[in-house]
Design a protein around this ligand. Structure first.
Ligand code: SF4
Ligand code: ZN
Length: 433
């Protein structure tokens, strides 16, 4: 069996699963997967049992949830969260489980994943809530390409996703929110944070994170002891619907470089990832937590979205506000618009369209919702127009675009939000013209 998987930012994984002798557990079937750190070779059935029972053990050992609780699962459509949702359902058949998917509006990516997640949840009969960022909040992750975060898209995306997944969990009264962080993600992130001296960041990677404020779910990581490659085996062997293309914003980050470095070490020390996890969990985090109580008292609700935050406005809301400023700046700089953009603007109800053609330039063509003030006369109307300076956008039109452009600049200099309607409008407006 051949496995192909597009990993965001670091190309594709290509694997071949072939018979490698008898299964060490059932001693009946052909083994196809070698688990080096456990010194086992497993067939498909025994691998599934091994995978699912480890998740069960981790949930029980860390008291992630009990049988009466409502569990929300953050599903992205990637191998980890897909494996998580499926295995949780297999391990806890009667548990009240919900799935959430955020459509981030990433072109050629988010819609593709949405279909996969819908199919997975239908197959598993798990209720799914889809949160469409564009529809609900008016922006997409792609929009951040115009901001100072253009080189840190994953960081801004992660902040937004964490906020929304938590918010959705609160809405359904979930007791716990499960995410697909696997062993490789956890130890490489811990190492990276350690190198930056960010001990608070490391603490957040614990298997269970208590809510910072009452009424919020605890965050749990049932895959924290599952190596990344085993998630890929699990989704492939069980033919689960999973992402087939990688996100266009995937970057080669320090964490990914550390991941590759630990993978190299693993070749000679098969249990290195488990050892690192244990050192961070049992030795480093406890030392830091001893001095933590004071800091926890600083947590408050964000004044915009009410999410727990250590400042007045949470990091997600800060970024969204910044994005709005950027969009506004772009809008402010833009002087010429086309007919399609005019149609969008007209939906807003605060647009005055002025056709500045003189009577002898007028033809049968008329701009929708426009008033006609020939350019020579417009000065007389400035006084009236001033009333709308703060509240309205002014769009100007003439046949060649030249006179209206000059007037647009003039109105801009007077502080108006003025736009010139580019030529080419006639062909768009009247296809037979
Ligand atoms: Fe993942 Fe980064 Fe793409 Fe967000 S932007 S979906 S974090 S790869
Ligand atoms: Zn907020």
């Amino acid at each position: 069996m051949e496995i192909f998987y597009g990993k965001c930012g670091i190309g594709r994984i290509k694997l071949k699963l072939e018979p490698i002798g008898k299964c060490s557990r059932c001693r009946k079937n052909s083994a196809i997967i070698e688990i080096r750190y456990a010194k086992q070779k497993l067939c498909q059935g025994c691998f599934n049992d091994f995978f699912i029972s480890r998740i069960k053990r981790v949930v029980e050992e860390f008291k992630m949830f009990n049988k009466d609780e409502r569990i929300a699962v953050a599903v992205s459509g990637g191998k980890d969260s897909v494996a998580l949702l499926h295995a949780l359902k297999m391990a806890f058949k009667d548990q009240n489980i919900f799935a959430f998917y955020i459509n981030l509006g990433i072109k050629y990516y988010s819609d593709h994943l949405e279909k996969k997640v819908i199919k997975l949840c239908e197959d598993l009969k798990i209720p799914l809530e889809i949160y469409n960022l564009k529809e609900k909040e008016g922006y997409t992750i792609d929009d951040f390409l115009i901001t100072k975060y253009k080189d840190k898209m994953c960081s801004v995306c992660g902040t937004i996703k964490r906020n929304i997944f938590t918010l959705l969990s609160v809405k359904v009264n979930a007791n716990a929110l499960a995410t697909g962080h696997n062993l490789d993600d956890t130890v490489s992130t811990m190492m990276s944070l350690f190198l930056n001296g960010d001990l608070e960041g490391i603490r957040k990677l614990k298997p269970v994170l208590k809510p910072l404020l009452n009424g919020y779910p605890r965050k749990i990581k049932p895959l924290i002891t599952t190596p990344e490659i085993e998630d890929l085996y699990y989704v492939s062997l069980n033919e689960l619907p999973v992402q087939e293309c990688s996100c266009p914003h995937g970057e080669i980050t320090t964490i990914k470089q550390i991941k590759n470095w630990i993978d190299e070490l693993e070749k000679t020390q098969p249990d290195i990832k488990f050892r690192l996890l244990s050192i961070f969990r049992k030795k480093i985090i406890p030392i830091y937590e001893k001095n933590l109580n004071e800091e926890l008292e600083d947590i408050k609700a964000c004044s915009i979205c009410s999410m727990p935050s250590n400042s007045e406005i949470c990091s997600k809301c800060k970024r969204v506000l910044e994005l709005k400023e950027y969009k506004q700046k772009l809008e402010d700089l833009k002087i010429e618009i086309d007919y399609k953009e005019l149609q969008e603007m007209l939906k807003e109800n605060n647009v005055i369209v002025i056709d500045v053609r003189s009577p002898d330039e007028m033809n049968e063509f008329k701009i929708e919702n426009s008033i006609n003030i020939p350019s020579e006369e417009i000065e007389k109307h400035f006084k009236n127009l001033l009333k709308f300076k703060k509240t309205h956008k002014i769009v100007l039109y003439c046949n060649s675009g030249r006179k209206s452009y000059a007037l647009t600049i003039r109105l801009r200099n007077m502080g108006f939000k003025a736009y010139n309607l580019k030529d080419g409008v006639l062909e768009l407006y009247l296809p037979s013209y």
